[in-house]
Ligand binder design. Structure first.
Ligand code: PEP
Ligand code: CO
Length: 462
């Protein structure tokens, strides 16, 4: 290709042979600078020998389920913390997070009349992109906090120094989280016969409680009816599976866990089922695009308001040239005030292209603002508005909005304003715990779910 016709995002730069380390020849943004090269080498060598966190069988089954969701046969629910913290790898934090996701998923499944794919932002969501490499306070500049996988948030030089051993710690905590989630699920915690296991302490106080109970009762009736007709107890309903996901940002870590397996061709990123590429690292020509194009996992790509239709098609050329079903998910995060002007042309272009994608709406990351008293927050009404507009835009285009991506916690925090309890900016001081983005609390998450169901029921004419 001659220089005069080089496109803005040259997909051809990713044409040469791929390997788990081929990203190293490309510019890598959002990476820490490790001062001690030997310590980095040692940590990566250890990591490369440790067992993987997930298996290729699970990854393949998620890909098949995403392929169903692309056709509207399943709904994709992805949620969890903006960033997990090492010190929150605790049983109640993990089980509360699971409870919220389970509650949201049964309401969605019942209201939408389709199975829900549950994907946690957990068991590895430890690395964060930052707008600046350094943070300055009172004239002192230190490296920005990039997530617990890299450094610590306290503002002193030792805490902010990137330490490669934290990758081993992150792997261990991801494994502990996975282990507990798997044990809970296998032990009957996620049994549809016992939705009362998922009640959170504050359910009773919630204005969504009666709506939620109505859905649970209807599901219970349906389960009992089916079982009495068939004369058997349905073992299928005893476990609702979870998949894991995280932003695959720290490339040396992801590389160390990307491996070949005996029975499936290609390389799998075995650090998670569903890695996604963040908005700040999703441009072609970069190291993240190079890494993502070669792994066999289903992948997510965050799409912000500045992405053009031709860039999106180039991303499809690189990430899914043959249009494999289930491979590619676009997670649009436009903001309530931008989605009406930015989404329709993208959706149209992809529809005309014809290769399958799963469209997912992240109504969180385009709606972040800072209050007068200095809190990073989001307004519930903007989050809800973006989801509602997203459904309407896809309906008008004849495409399917197949899922939502949320930052949500099972803890009773006050980080987003609004919702049924109408949290104000002053309320944020009461229980603001996130070190990064504000999350929907349990009650706001259920309220959003109910609102989605109400809207879909009207649209579907039920
Ligand atoms: C995130 O999901 O936490 C995030 C940083 O999102 P985005 O890349 O869309 O800004
Ligand atoms: Co976030």
């Amino acid at each position: 290709m001659s220089a005069s016709v080089t496109p803005l995002f040259p997909s051809s730069v990713h044409a040469s042979e791929w390997s788990p380390s081929s990203w190293r020849a490309f510019p890598a943004s959002q990476q820490p600078v490790y001062a001690d090269a030997a310590r980095l080498r040692d940590s990566l060598a250890q990591l490369a020998l440790l067992p993987p966190l997930v298996t290729s069988w699970e990854i393949e089954s998620l890909r098949r389920e995403i392929a169903d969701a692309q056709e509207g046969k399943r709904f994709f629910l992805q949620g969890g913390d903006c960033a997990e913290r090492f010190n929150e790898c605790q049983s109640d934090v993990i089980s509360n997070r699971l409870k919220v996701l389970l509650q949201m998923s049964v309401v969605l499944a019942h209201g939408m009349r389709k199975p829900v794919i549950r994907v946690g932002r957990f068991a590895g969501q430890y690395a964060k992109p930052r707008s600046s490499d350094f943070e300055t306070r009172d004239g002192v500049s230190l490296p920005s906090y990039r997530g617990d996988l890299i450094n610590q948030p306290e503002f002193d030089a030792a805490s902010r120094e990137p330490d490669p051993v934290r990758m081993i710690m992150g792997h261990a905590r991801s494994a502990m989280t996975m282990n507990f989630v798997r044990a809970l699920v296998d032990g009957g915690f996620a049994d549809l016969h016992h939705p009362e296991y998922w009640d959170l302490a504050w359910l009773k106080e919630s204005s969504s409680a009666s709506d939620y109970s109505r859905h649970v009762k209807a599901i219970g009736d349906a389960v009992r009816f089916t079982e009495s007709i068939s004369g058997t107890r349905s073992e299928n309903l005893k476990r609702l599976d979870f998949y894991t996901s995280h932003e695959a940002l720290l490339l040396p870590y992801e590389e160390a866990l990307t491996r070949e397996v005996p029975r499936h061709p290609g390389h799998f990123n075995l650090s998670t089922h569903f890695p996604w590429i963040g908005m700040r690292t999703a441009s072609l020509g970069g190291a993240h695009a190079e890494f993502f194009r070669g792994i066999r996992n289903p992948i997510g790509v965050k799409v912000g308001p500045s992405v053009t239709a031709s860039q999106l098609l180039e991303l499809m050329d690189v990430f899914n040239p043959n249009g494999e079903a289930g491979r590619l998910t676009f997670i649009h995060r436009m903001g309530a005030s931008s989605i009406s002007s930015s989404l329709a042309s993208l959706v149209d272009a992809v529809k005309r292209d014809g290769r399958p994608v799963l469209w997912v709406c992240d109504p969180m990351h385009g709606n972040t603002e800072t209050t007068a008293n200095g809190f990073k927050t989001r307004k519930f009404e903007n989050i809800l508005s973006e989801v509602e507009q997203a459904f309407a835009i896809h309906d008008a285009a004849g495409t399917i909005l197949g899922g939502v991506h949320l930052e949500v916690t099972g803890e009773d925090v006050t980080e987003c304003t609004g919702g049924a309890r109408d949290l104000t900016e002053q309320d944020l001081e009461r229980a603001y715990r996130s070190t990064v983005d504000p999350r929907l609390n349990y009650e706001q998450a259920l309220e959003l779910t109910m609102a989605i169901i109400r809207q879909r029921s009207v649209t579907n004419g039920e």
